[in-house]
Design a protein around this ligand. Structure first.
Ligand SMILES: [Fe+2]
Ligand SMILES: [Fe+2]
Length: 157
């Protein structure tokens, strides 16, 4: 049996690993590989946010704390960063001096990592452990299994 905190952690680890791989190939100016890794990361992040918006956020809707508001606003920020990074990536790829453009845009790419780290802490401190405690264990197990399944559905054969 797996808790929701554990299932969320598995997905966040996947995000960390794929973003790290993307940054490594991007900073090596390996654009072919980098584009593939970017699209993998993007897919995993969008699907995770979609899953949480549909299945997790409603569970915290009547909490007195402002946890839900903060988590929702993180999700909005993350969703807005995706097209910004997309644009920055294309500008680097098409630049006459890609390394110069990469250095110019570096903050945008670091921002994504910072927001993710911050968001991870927020969910792992103020959201998932509370849900694991409040919900029936059957419900926790079923939701965690759904979350794992949604993540695995993205894995390429
Ligand atoms: Fe999450
Ligand atoms: Fe989230």
């Amino acid at each position: 049996m797996s808790t929701l905190s554990e299932a969320n952690q598995r997905w966040h680890s996947q995000l960390d690993t794929s973003y790290q791989a993307f940054l490594e190939s991007l900073t090596a100016l390996e654009f072919g590989l980098s584009r593939k890794q970017w699209s993998t990361f993007r897919q995993y992040l969008s699907a995770h946010i979609d899953f949480e918006q549909a299945n997790i956020e409603p569970l915290a809707s009547n909490w007195e704390s402002n946890t839900l508001k903060l988590i929702q606003s993180d999700h909005v920020i993350l969703n807005r960063l995706l097209p910004r990074l997309d644009k920055a990536f294309t500008q680097i790829e098409q630049a006459d001096a890609p390394r110069t453009e990469l250095v110019r845009q570096l903050d945008t790419f670091i921002k994504m990592r910072n927001v993710l780290e911050h968001h991870d802490l927020r969910e792992m401190e103020n959201l998932y452990p509370l849900l694991d405690e409040q919900l029936d264990s059957d419900r926790v197990e079923a939701l965690a299994a759904n979350m794992d399944q949604a993540r695995r559905a993205l894995e390429k054969p």
